[in-house]
Design a protein around this ligand. Structure first.
Ligand SMILES: [Zn+2]
Length: 75
């Protein structure tokens, strides 16, 4: 697991993390599932890569507001 991605992820409130982890779309189950065996990667933002807790299919969750730079307000 990339240290910076992990740090950004762990900076989120526990409630938020729990909500995100249990609300990952699985293309196999066709419903939101819990992600298991995940790791965090840093792209432009943090991306969690792991597996569906129900069927084991590969799933990923982009954490939109979790990046190294503050989100720009474009409005
Ligand atoms: Zn699944």
């Amino acid at each position: 697991m990339k240290k910076e991605a992990l740090k950004l992820w762990m900076n989120l409130p526990a409630d938020t993390r729990r909500m995100l982890l249990s609300n990952v779309w699985c293309g196999e189950c066709r419903k939101p599932v819990t992600i298991v065996d995940y790791h965090a990667e840093l792209r432009r933002v943090v991306v969690l890569q792991g597996f569906c807790g129900t069927c084991g299919h590969k799933v990923a969750r982009v954490i939109d507001d979790c990046g190294p730079e503050p989100k720009q307000n474009l409005e």
